[in-house]
Design a protein around this ligand. Structure first.
Ligand code: AMP
Length: 227
């Protein structure tokens, strides 16, 4: 398999956790546009200063800026592994259009596979209230403090991978979560309508189940494993 796999789903659906499993177990590479944005903010780059407010308040970064960040990353990374996961991009119909144009112009050999992660909002709010991430900007591994979760860190508030401290994302606070979910749902319809109109198939994945089952179902759906 070769190409770009796009994960579309609301905040808290587990795009990052599923992408992480694909990286570890299938050897793919991942771009999380959210992680990239947070990295810019921590490093206080020019882009970081520009997007800081949008991120903290749960709003979107402009289509043109986020697409140019994706283009730059693809240019540097896409030859390193056959499959690239885009986690959190595109989020609007305009971004989907810009990405299609970009692939057509510059990355023609990469076929696009779109996957939506489906889950009710009520489950998301619970998940986000127990989510913590690694504070190391180059790691940002995702954990959950929920009782019985497979994503609990082995040591209290310490990252399993890089031993950095874990903490909450500012935009996982209740008010920002509500805003992010509303923003996501506002754009979801036009984004999926864009792919339907363009006759690009979208795989539907149920993510209201344990991550290992999600991963198994995902592999089956894209033809990597039979259940
Ligand atoms: P995430 O980690 O995917 O929840 O993204 C965190 C924040 O980064 C979002 O709330 C946006 O402010 C910004 N962001 C990430 N991806 C995009 C995107 N594709 N378009 C616009 N803003 C984005």
């Amino acid at each position: 398999m070769k190409g770009i796999v796009i994960f579309i789903g609301p905040p808290g659906a587990g795009k990052g956790s599923l992408a992480h499993m694909c990286v570890k177990q299938l050897g793919w590479i991942q771009l999380s546009t959210g992680n990239l944005c947070r990295k810019h903010i921590i490093e206080q780059t020019k882009i970081g200063k520009e997007i800081d407010f949008a991120i903290k308040s749960g709003n979107l970064v402009s289509d043109a800026l986020i697409t140019s960040m994706v283009e730059e990353w693809l240019t540097q990374e896409c030859d390193k592994q056959p499959v690239v996961i885009l986690d959190g991009f595109p989020r609007t119909a305009e971004q989907a259009k810009l990405l299609n144009n970009l692939v057509e112009d510059r990355f023609k050999s990469l076929a696009i596979q779109i996957v939506t992660l489906n889950i009710p909002d009520s489950v998301l709010v619970d998940r986000l209230s127990s989510r913590i991430i690694c504070q190391n900007k180059d790691c940002q591994a995702v954990y959950s403090l929920a009782e019985g979760s497979l994503l609990r860190p082995a040591q209290d508030m310490i990252c399993d991978f890089c031993a950095s401290a874990l903490g909450r994302r500012k935009d996982d606070e209740y008010e920002a979560v509500k805003e992010r979910l509303a923003v996501y749902r506002r754009h979801e319809h036009e984004l999926l309508a864009f792919y339907t109109d363009n006759e690009q198939p979208v795989i539907q994945l149920n993510v209201a189940q344990p991550l290992t089952d999600v991963f198994k179902e995902f592999q089956c759906m894209i033809g990597l494993e039979s259940i």
